[in-house]
Write a new protein. Structure first.
Length: 157
């Protein structure tokens, strides 16, 4: 068995590798957690955005979540067919539709959010409260330094 070259760290000692490894694990796990609700991460992101500001146009949602407008149309079509959102004439732009959450979506959102909290609890259960805060602050700083938009997953697009 060959020894590692001096000064070359193993992958499990590299922060980018570990972040990527954990990220893939968490992304796949989150998809599994949402599946029983008939929702995927993009749909969840749209519901979270509408929960913050209901009645946005598809164009606004597309820009906010960095989801291509054609993909957004298809996504809203799917969500509408599932009874999660409705389209109504936009009050200030007659060429656009306002996307609004249905009662079904409002009732579903707390359960979806609970899945996210449960996932966070599971992945951080071996950390102290202080360590959790430090990890969160460090990840937020790295995300900002990389120019990523807060609250927008780059794989949504």
């Amino acid at each position: 068995m060959a020894e590692n070259s001096p000064g070359i760290a193993a992958l499990h000692e590299r922060i980018p590798f570990l972040l990527s490894q954990i990220g893939v694990h968490l992304a796949e796990d989150f998809v599994r957690r949402l599946a029983p609700f008939g929702v995927d991460p993009r749909m969840y992101a749209v519901l979270k955005a509408l929960n913050e500001a209901d009645g946005q146009s598809q164009r606004q949602l597309s820009a906010q979540l960095r989801i291509h407008r054609n993909v957004m149309v298809t996504l809203i079509d799917r969500m509408e067919s599932q009874g999660l959102v409705t389209r109504k004439p936009h009050p200030s732009d007659r060429r656009a539709f306002a996307v609004t959450m249905t009662d079904k979506a409002r009732d579903l959102l707390p359960a979806l959010d609970a899945e996210g909290r449960a996932q966070e609890e599971e992945i951080t259960k071996h950390l102290t409260a202080a360590e959790r805060k430090a990890v969160l602050r460090g990840l937020q700083r790295m995300s900002a330094a990389a120019g990523l938009t807060p609250g927008v997953h780059p794989k949504l697009a």
